[in-house]
Ligand binder design. Structure first.
Ligand SMILES: O=C(O)C(=O)Cc1ccccc1
Length: 311
């Protein structure tokens, strides 16, 4: 039964739900809205859902910390897919509300940096309060708890609201990235346009510790696509790093970089290798000389021959 269920950050009408519905397999799954990212991921951990779609990064503010922290802690989970969605907000209100009536607004915390300038220009006096998601904000407006919510225009009908203003986005082309997370299993085969996510804990505090981490990728020609520090919770100055690298764990250069990290860091958590959204293999940047799988294999063969004296 659980194999057919996909959880997502709900309630009905979130951007996350829209992102989930872009996955072909969503049509044949039971889609289950959850109240928070931790609840969605726990549904996967305890077997109630086969997978969960949650937001992880947006192009305006970077990593969505609640998701990164959930993936760093607790029983391990893995990312199997990513979805990119262009985000533009509508200001949803109860029918009849005018802009001048709005004293309180709500939305998911990740929405705020995407509408901050618009709010300063059009609702300078309004008080912001965070909601569990953008659709949850719309639900709270329906209940009369707030005057307006920033959410997808599509959420208006679900909650009996009307879009007072549409196309609100401080940054052009703002995108949010979502990931489909499941219990640990073998990643899908490399496609030639893949991404690998890891969480890395640094060891003892010393000059250059972060540089040493980065060097493992740099010397093997592995490009990084995200690096975000997160506090470990063990006091000021203690951080772990969420890193997205270009390539698949089955690529020799990526595997060798992860082995290098494993040797020098106290803890590395593999979070998955999965196809990059919206990028095909022929669009991926060319490899740096000496970093292809065959370069690694030839070097390993050379070493074995040398160790045997077969030079
Ligand atoms: O999916 C939603 O609606 C969310 O609340 C998460 C979110 C927040 C900001 C932009 C996109 C998605």
């Amino acid at each position: 039964m659980s194999a057919t269920r996909y959880a997502y950050l709900g309630p009905e009408g979130t951007f996350t739900e829209v992102a989930l519905r872009t996955l072909p397999e969503a049509a044949t799954r039971e889609l289950v809205p959850m109240v928070s990212v931790p609840a969605a991921l726990d549904a996967v951990r305890n077997g109630e859902a086969a997978a969960a779609l949650v937001p992880i990064e947006n192009s305006v503010e970077g990593g969505i910390t609640a998701t990164l922290d959930e993936l760093a802690a607790g029983d391990p989970l893995m990312i199997y897919r990513e979805v990119l969605l262009s985000i533009t907000f509508a200001l949803l209100v109860r029918p009849g509300t005018k802009l001048s009536d709005i004293k309180t607004v709500t939305a998911h915390p990740a929405a705020q940096p995407q509408v901050r300038n618009w709010m300063a220009a059009h609702l300078p006096q309004a008080v912001w309060e965070s909601a569990a998601s953008n659709a949850d904000g719309a639900r709270l407006v329906q209940e009369g708890r707030y005057d307006a919510a920033f959410a997808g225009e599509f959420a208006a009908a679900t909650y009996g609201l009307e879009p007072l203003v549409t196309e609100i986005h401080d940054a052009e082309n703002a995108q949010t990235r979502f990931v489909l997370v499941g219990r640990p299993a073998r990643p899908s085969a490399p496609t030639g346009a893949d991404k690998t996510s890891v969480m890395i804990w640094l060891g003892d505090d010393h000059p250059g510790a972060l540089l040493e981490l980065l060097q493992e990728f740099a010397v093997r020609g592995v490009n990084l696509m995200l690096i975000q520090s997160r506090p470990t919770g063990e006091g000021i100055g203690n951080y772990c790093f969420a890193v997205d690298a270009e390539g698949h764990i089955a690529d020799r250069r990526v595997g060798e970089a992860l082995m290098g990290l494993k040797r020098i860091c106290p803890k590395v958590r593999f979070l998955g290798s999965y196809p990059r959204a919206g990028v095909s293999a022929d669009e991926v940047r060319p490899l740096r000389a000496g970093t292809s799988d065959s370069d690694f294999t030839e070097a390993a063969d050379w070493l074995a021959r040398s160790q045997d004296g077969r030079i």
